[in-house]
Design a binder for this molecule. Structure first.
Ligand code: HEM
Length: 164
């Protein structure tokens, strides 16, 4: 594939530097795993709180909702680090990853994770308007359950990449 070859050619200086430096390998992989530990850990804790609060009254739900909004920025920061370091990992061996179906399966699930995250935010904003609290809370709960599942799929497909 000419596009893969051109990208591999462009990324060659980075790939060579990466292959010859344990510091770069450890630093980039640490960023990748550390970023998703922060983002995924906080996201899963928040998903769990949403699911548990389904049985609670409106006051407890309001507290959970404000916690939910507070967790958004650190999740995005962790994700940004994971995405940036993921790109560096990809560029360190373009020909292997670009032709591996599991890499594209992982990207597909990451797109779903991001779309689901946007859906979670929308459901939380709708809840604040207070028009249909039970229906909107159920939508939030469904997205929270999907989010937890998608985080695990992202980790699984990541591990599968290491063992290509
Ligand atoms: C939520 C986002 C992500 C999660 C949870 C995630 C998770 C993981 C995990 C668990 C590993 C294996 C680490 C290990 O066992 O040492 C991994 C490896 C990898 N990830 Fe990700 N990842 C994410 C995003 C990305 C993105 C956006 C890219 C590319 C643009 C990417 C590219 C890679 C590559 C290429 C490897 C294999 C590295 C190697 O074999 O040396 N990841 N990822």
């Amino acid at each position: 594939m000419p596009i893969v070859e051109s990208l591999a050619h462009l990324a060659e200086p980075w790939a060579t530097a990466y292959d010859n430096s344990k510091l770069l390998m450890n630093g980039v992989m640490f960023g990748h795993v550390g970023g998703f530990l922060v983002a995924g850990g906080l996201a899963i804790a928040s998903d769990r709180a949403v699911i548990r609060a389904t049985a609670a009254g409106p006051d407890a739900r309001r507290v959970h909702l404000s916690e939910f909004h507070a967790v958004h920025a650190p999740v995005l920061i962790g994700l940004a680090v994971t995405f940036a370091t993921g790109l560096l990992l990809f560029l360190a061996d373009v020909e292997t990853f670009a032709t591996a179906p599991v890499f594209w399966i992982k990207m597909g699930f990451l797109a779903l994770l991001l779309a689901n995250g946007a859906g979670l935010r929308k459901a939380a904003h709708r809840l604040e308007s207070g028009e249909a609290p039970d229906r909107d809370w159920l939508a939030l709960r469904r997205s929270a359950a999907a989010s937890t599942l998608l985080w695990f799929v992202a980790v699984l497909t990541g591990v599968m990449l290491v063992n290509l």
